[in-house]
Design a protein around this ligand. Sequence first.
Ligand SMILES: [Mg+2]
Length: 251
Amino acid sequence: MSTLISSQIETKDGRPVVFFDIDNTLYSTSSKISQAMGVKIHDYFVKLGLSEQDASDLHHKYYTQYGLALAGLVRHHDVDPLDFDRNCDQALPLEEMISPNPAHRKLFQDIDRSKVRVWALTNAYKIHAERVLRILNLRDQIEGVVYCDYEAKDLCSKPDPTYYHKAMSFASISDPSKCYFIDDNWRNVATARNLGWAHCIHFCERGQEHVEGGKVLKISNVSGATKKTEQGITVINELEELRDVWPEIFK
Ligand SMILES: [Mg+2]
């Protein structure tokens, strides 16, 4: 969708947009998908001929540097993003790891679509994004998905500000004060807030373990705030809390 068409649509539709991150937000990190994904990515580095240690070091380095391990692999190892996707995200047995949550479906159904539009915003490729939404039985609740375009080798991803501008263009919205956003990654949320997205939530499952850049981390509340940070970011650990934090978007 071109920017021109997007802006034409927005003149007719002034509804705010609610952007949901997918992984570790629409399902709990207790599913251990981040751990399984970490193993697949590590194995991919090793298959390129790297030692176990170099694989671990570079995996973490690229994730930290680019927000996405794949971005480093493409830049420095000439990896085809679609091959990476087939061997990592698509190789995960997601159907055995996550399942629909009726309470989450009800939460989405209770969002008043005459007031807001609902989009997903992910660093994964569209195949993984669509698959997760389908397994969770939420695909019909999401108007559109903003994803990393591996086919175009466009690996711009959160928290790069360009990615948020792309998301707004795709969802045909130009006013950041009308953007709602929830993500489990603190950097992603903090960047959105810095860009003026007015309604930001850090989804923080305190005490759970997850894997980022190949390293196991205990999830902690980075901001230290119990309810709302100084930047105006609300911290929650259950999606059901959205009803209290964003009452204006529900029926
Ligand atoms: Mg996430």
